[in-house]
Ligand binder design. Structure first.
Ligand code: DGI
Ligand code: FE
Ligand code: FE
Length: 192
């Protein structure tokens, strides 16, 4: 399948607003991949597909997660915001037949981040924050960080997520704070 095929699938599965978001994330992922040396083709594919199950019913999401052999933790099961990243990675593997582990992981961890993210995983994680239509408070800071370095952008993105969740008294996935600790430690070690 080509990007054109994926584009059509996304258009059929998502509202026009989220379809536009997916297109913008793909564009931004391509830009960041070129800037930081990630695989440009994979960035475009992972970008367009990253929210593929965002509007799917719970049952469809849980079914495809099971088909992919993924077992949810209790926190994941009870946090609906986390489902689409996991079910999205399962969907592209099981239904679309994509076998590239890096693309699968880029979608799986695009919401939480994690420890030991690949270049492609970071590009998708960041592109989701800096895509053209994003206009939350702090997006300019995030865009500046993304232009400076991947490391700065990861710190900005991970800390934004954690602050926002703690502010709203929501559970924080272990992958999120492990990823946060990793990027913050890496920077503090460099500055010593
Ligand atoms: O799918 P998008 O809206 O484009 O963006 P996303 O996949 O980053 O989802 C963002 C939402 O997910 C936002 O409301 C915060 C939430 N989220 C991200 N990490 C965590 C989380 N929610 C909880 N409870 N725990 C997390 O670790
Ligand atoms: Fe998402
Ligand atoms: Fe998204």
């Amino acid at each position: 399948m080509t990007v054109k095929d994926y584009d059509k699938i996304i258009k059929d599965r998502l509202s026009s607003k989220r379809y536009e978001h997916s297109k913008n994330v793909a564009k931004e992922a391509v830009r960041l991949a070129k800037k930081y040396g990630a695989d440009v083709q994979k960035a475009e594919i992972a970008g367009i597909l990253h929210d593929i199950t965002k509007e799917a019913e719970q049952k469809e999401q849980f079914d495809v997660i099971e088909k992919a052999g993924i077992e949810l933790t209790e926190l994941e099961r009870s946090t609906p915001k986390l489902w689409h990243a996991i079910s999205g990675s399962a969907y592209i593997k099981v239904i679309l037949g994509i076998d590239d582990e890096d693309i699968i992981n880029a979608i799986r961890f695009h919401t939480t981040g994690r420890c030991g993210m690949s270049l492609l995983e970071k590009v998708i994680f960041i592109a989701d924050f800096t895509s053209a239509e994003r206009d939350y408070d702090g997006v300019e800071k995030m865009r500046k960080a993304a232009d400076k370095s991947l490391e700065e952008a990861m710190i900005e993105g991970m800390s934004f997520t954690i602050c926002d969740l703690a502010d709203r008294k929501l559970p924080i996935a272990p992958d999120t704070f492990k990823g946060y600790n990793e990027v913050v430690f890496a920077k503090s070690k460099k500055n010593k």
